[in-house]
Design a protein around this ligand. Structure first.
Ligand code: GAR
Length: 210
């Protein structure tokens, strides 16, 4: 099986990027990160990429103010590098429909709440955990899903609930959810790279054993 070429899209500290790098190094993932694209110029994720000699580039509102030009630049890089899989690992921008259509069922996102609750536009990072705590639900999660034209609406690959305790704060909840993300995102990438994910309508069948 050919090694899959992966693009990681990030905006922040890149702890999920680190997990994918670690799992590639441990040979658990049959893939290679060919590019890290950041929507934030000073994202620590870009530093992490540099440390591992992975190409990193900033494509954001400052160097590409026009949204169409920004997305076209991303497409240009993805096609130049013949990317097989795009992973949104804490990417706080919305991809254009054109990218979604070109890479249908080949874009994976991780979201820090139990979809379809507390997701969609405006729900990202700590805002998600705040909304979960403000509502008072006792379950949240960290589902990995394929990306479609909506925001956080694509088929769910692996869900995993996380309990919210009475005394949880944004910080403690974010930490618990992140620990789960660090298991699920590399696992989903691993399965994709082994051709084990099959999208059937709104469901994702996992082929073989995990
Ligand atoms: C993660 O918690 C991820 O689920 C979230 O941003 C964080 C990035 O952490 N993503 C979203 O909120 C997207 N809607 P990281 O930079 O350390 O990987």
């Amino acid at each position: 099986m050919q090694v899959k070429k992966i693009a990681l899209l990030v905006s922040g500290r890149g702890s999920n990027l680190q997990m994918i790098i670690d799992n590639i190094e441990k040979r658990k993932i049959n893939g290679r990160i060919d590019i890290v694209i950041s929507s934030k110029k000073d994202a620590y994720a870009l530093e992490r990429a540099k440390k591992y000699n992975i190409d990193g580039i900033y494509i954001g509102k400052k160097n590409f103010p026009d949204i169409n030009e920004r997305n076209d630049k991303i497409i240009e890089i993805l096609s130049e590098k013949q990317i097989d899989l795009i992973v949104l690992a804490g990417y706080m921008s919305i991809l254009s429909e054109k990218i979604v259509q070109l890479y249908r069922n080949r874009i994976i996102n991780i979201h820090p709440s139990l979809i379809p609750s507390f997701c969609g536009r405006g729900y990202y990072g700590e805002k998600v955990h705040k909304a979960v705590l403000d509502y008072g639900v006792n379950l949240t999660g960290a589902p990995v899903h394929f990306v479609d034209e909506g925001t956080d609406t694509g088929p769910i690959i692996i869900p995993k609930p996380v309990e919210v305790d009475f005394n949880d704060t944004i910080e403690t909840l974010a930490k618990k959810v992140l620990e789960v993300e660090h298991q699920l995102l590399p696992l989903a990438v691993q399965l994709f790279c082994e051709d084990k994910l099959k999208v059937e309508g709104r469901k994702v069948r996992i082929l073989g054993t995990v």
